[in-house]
Design a protein around this ligand. Structure first.
Ligand code: ADP
Length: 368
């Protein structure tokens, strides 16, 4: 499989990378899709633009956010698969439609070239029922497909494997907590390479504090806001776009939040405290879920680059065998262990690479 194009469609962007014999060869991002200031009308047009530039490719891998209960592994897309992904838009109205648009455009532009869908939920297909089930009326849950699906799975799978490589131990022997801290943020408990609990649920809203999303919240907040006169779209807008770090201190870039903290800004300090407190809670919870914990791995924008966040959210956990070595934490190498030698729990930083993980999956599937 010589040339594999990976497409990762966001709400108003299209990230693309070309892999040639497994190595990154080209890439870019089309931004402000569909916005008045952007040059491209929709995701279909963006895909056409990328394919025009590349000439031809041998296969395309598409990142699809929601695979529901059906898609537990990557699949080659045919008409039936495409309509199943389209139907899952009900569960992921912000995410699946742009993925579908990307697949449709690529099939149209390069008919006959295999299109592979790789799902962000698939890694969590191994969640035990006790972790995946909400304590909600069974009939309601079944009728509407309400359960914990989990997200960031492409990243978590890649980073779990990277952690095993870093520690020089087989993944099958390791119990890990993977903290993917980007604009979206999640924690996942991984036992022997299988996801056994994860903080995102039906949608990527639950769990940790994110750039603009609430994470965990009393479900009754929605009733309260509804009775106060907000409609459903208004509540959704508050939860998804006007909360998290941005809601607490009007900044969703962790670099700015930390700079403002250092300058003594109280709103930024509270935002960072809430963010780190939530992570600490999940680390403790997943330590309990796993019983024995071998490593905690930080990844994505904040996880890879913020020594402050890593140190803050693990501070005080020494009685659990968890500690961060200051010099190692602040050193600049990408993949590394940042806990002191001899710690019971290794604390690791492993850069994620979702596009590369997708390209690997595509190559593996098409070889099979
Ligand atoms: P996405 O979830 O969109 O893929 P990333 O994983 O790239 O996002 O993470 C983006 C976030 O990473 C930004 O919001 C930014 O706050 C944060 N970030 C990037 N570099 C740093 C840094 N040096 N220190 C703290 N945060 C950083």
């Amino acid at each position: 499989m010589a040339d594999i194009l990976v497409l990762n469609a966001g709400s108003s962007s299209l990230k693309w990378r070309l892999f040639r014999s497994g190595e990154p060869a080209d890439g870019g991002i089309v931004e402000r899709i569909g916005e008045p200031s952007g040059a491209v009308a929709d995701h279909g047009a963006a895909v056409h633009q990328v394919l025009d530039r590349l000439g031809g490719v041998d296969a395309v891998g598409h990142r699809i956010v929601h695979g529901g209960t059906r898609f537990q592994a990557p699949v080659v897309v045919d008409d039936e698969v495409l309509s199943a992904i389209r139907a899952l838009s009900e569960l992921a109205p912000l995410h699946n439609p742009v993925g579908v648009a990307g697949i449709e455009a690529a099939r149209h532009a390069i008919p006959g070239v295999p299109q592979v869908a790789v799902f962000d939920t698939a890694y969590h297909a191994t969640l035990p029922e006790a972790a995946a089930t909400y304590a909600l009326d069974r009939e309601v849950a079944q009728r509407y497909g309400i359960r914990r699906y989990g997200f960031h799975g492409i990243s978590v799978g890649w980073v779990a494997a990277g952690t095993a490589a870093l520690l020089g131990r087989p993944l099958a022997e390791l119990n890990l907590v993977v903290l993917h801290l980007g604009n979206g943020a999640s924690a996942t408990a991984v036992a022997g390479g299988r996801s056994v609990d994860t903080s995102m649920g039906l949608t990527p809203l639950e769990g940790l504090v994110m750039g603009t999303r609430t994470g965990d919240l009393d479900p009754a907040v929605a009733f309260h806001l509804g009775r106060a006169g907000l409609d459903l779209a208004g509540i959704e807008d508050v939860y998804l776009h006007r909360s998290g770090l941005a809601g607490l201190c009007a900044d969703n870039d962790m670099r700015r939040v930390i700079d403002r903290c250092s300058a003594g800004d109280p709103a930024a300090r509270l935002a960072l405290d809430v963010y780190c407190h939530r992570i600490r809670k999940y680390v403790g919870a997943y330590h309990a879920v796993l019983g024995r914990l071998d490593a905690i791995t930080f990844t994505a924008g904040v996880g890879e680059h913020s020594a402050v966040v890593r140190a803050r959210c693990l501070a005080g956990l020494e009685p659990l065998g968890i500690a961060v070595d200051r010099a190692r934490n602040e050193a600049g190498d990408p993949a590394r262990i940042v806990s002191p030698d001899g710690s019971r729990v290794a604390v690791c930083v492993v850069p994620t690479d979702e596009e590369r993980a997708i390209a690997d999956e595509v190559a593996r599937l098409l070889r099979a």
